[in-house]
Design a binder for this molecule. Structure first.
Ligand code: DLL
Length: 431
């Protein structure tokens, strides 16, 4: 089922709607935001210069730095009396990024989340176990309101307290699990302690996972551990929260809700558009946001897009699962390494589990990369010969796949700290 017929509209109709909304958004920020007025002046640009969708390239970029520089509400285009909700993403350094919503923005958010749930096969008969964190993070409340929109039963579990969550999931007979993939995997790890037939106690049919880069290997593990359909959702607070795009049952590509978000893929170094189908940094312009409209927001997320039609009948662009973040990319002795590539190698080994940490450091002038990874439960941790063999094999496949040398430290099961939300996988001591 498709929630809104716009999702399967003719491309020319979608593009006509996008152009109209782009022009409205440009006029809005130009007349209401001193920040954009200055930028337009610098570029000798006025809203009248935006005549086609391609003209989006004339517009200035917006970055996280710009949002921080106008902390907290400096880029809002409505008075606070019209703002009904604030969210913020935790800044690892300095001030957080603050975002605001009018009632109309909240309605759009509910709408796109209703599309997400429908894409995952959910409806008012479903019981949604929401393991995304509630609070300033957009995950919990975004999934909460979307479930209300489709009339499903929502269990607002939030993150943490894994044993209790599993009990609720069993007793309430949840059919849909919404959580980060690493938390879903951790839940499965704990659930498995009940014995080989643990799955019989659960009624899950699908999961809606996102908020962190996820390799194909990790997806396969989560899917298998819970025996469910895996749907991936993408989004970011600056743009709306979860609900920018989602995958249907036909492929791993994510359908973009293009009537609200205009996508471009650029080379992060030059800022120029990459060729169709090539990977680059995702740049998003909001088309309907009222409180915080953003032009050409640099997400830092690396992906590619395709206009290839999908069997499900939706006609909107599809994006590849995020490969990594431009700022997560590690440069190890000149070689670009995305953590998801390392995760992929780990996932392909049956001797180690997907609980790992990547640590980059320097030895003298040389970069060095260490991977700490837990062995699977059935590996005898006293068998030094076996451990040596596992290490060698991992080193070999990483150097074959990624062209870098790494040090592997094998850890016993359950040694590495589990994540209840977004996992922290990389420690770069060189920074
Ligand atoms: O993580 C919104 C969200 C909540 C998305 C729940 C999906 C599910 P932020 O906290 O602002 O918002 O973080 C946004 O998370 O720029 C990506 O780097 C990353 N991210 C989000 N979804 C995915 C995904 C939420 N499916 C940042 N795959 C984004 C990979 C993702 N990375």
């Amino acid at each position: 089922m498709i929630w809104n017929k716009i999702e399967s509209a003719r491309r020319e109709d979608i593009e006509a709607l996008q152009l109209k909304r782009l022009q409205e958004t440009v006029t809005r920020v130009y007349s209401l935001t001193p920040f954009y007025q200055d930028k337009f002046k610098e570029l000798d640009l006025t809203p009248n210069d935006i005549k086609t969708l391609d003209d989006v390239k004339k517009l200035p970029f917006t970055t996280k730095k710009d949002l921080r520089a106008h902390y907290p509400f400096g880029l809002f285009t409505v008075p606070m009396s019209e703002v009904v909700r604030i969210h913020s993403s935790s800044g690892t350094t300095g001030k957080p990024t603050v975002v605001g919503y009018t009632q109309a923005d909240m309605d759009v958010w509910d709408e796109v989340m209703a599309r997400v749930y429908t894409m995952a096969g959910a409806n008012s008969d479903d019981i949604v176990h929401n393991g995304y964190g509630y609070g300033l993070f957009t995950g919990g409340l975004g999934f909460h309101n979307g479930a209300a929109k489709i009339g499903a039963t929502i269990v607002p579990a939030s993150g943490g307290m894994t044993d209790r969550q599993l009990m609720l999931m069993r007793d309430f007979k949840a059919t849909i699990l919404a959580a980060t993939p690493t938390f879903a995997l951790h839940m499965a790890e704990v659930a498995k302690k009940d014995g080989v037939d643990y799955l019989e106690k659960y009624k899950l049919k699908a999961g809606i996972f996102g908020a962190e880069p996820t390799s194909a290997g990790l997806k396969a593990e989560v899917k298998k551990a819970w025996a469910i359909d895996y749907h991936e959702v993408y989004g970011l607070s600056e743009i709306i929260g979860p609900g920018v795009s989602c995958s249907c049952k036909h492929s791993d590509l994510l359908h973009v809700f293009e009537d609200h978000f205009l996508f471009e893929i650029i080379d992060p170094k030059t800022g120029k558009e990459v060729e169709d189908g090539q990977r680059g940094e995702l740049v998003i312009t909001t088309l309907t946001k009222q409180a915080l409209p953003l032009l050409r927001y640099r997400t830092g997320d690396i992906t590619s897009i395709t206009k290839e039609p999908c069997e499900c009948g939706r006609t909107m662009l599809r994006m590849e699962s995020i490969v990594g973040r431009a700022d997560d990319m590690l440069i190890i002795s000149g070689v670009n390494v995305y953590p998801s590539q390392i995760e992929h190698v780990i996932a392909n080994s049956s001797d180690v589990s997907l609980n790992y940490l990547i640590i980059a450091d320097k030895k003298g002038h040389l970069d060095k990369l260490e991977i700490q990874v837990e062995v699977e439960e059935d590996i005898d941790f006293e068998n030094k010969e076996l451990l040596e063999k596992i290490k060698k094999e991992l080193q070999h496949s990483i150097s074959n796949n990624l062209y870098i040398n790494v040090a592997i430290t094998l850890e016993p099961p359950h040694k590495i700290e589990r994540s209840m939300g977004k996992a922290v996988r990389i420690i770069d001591k060189r920074k």
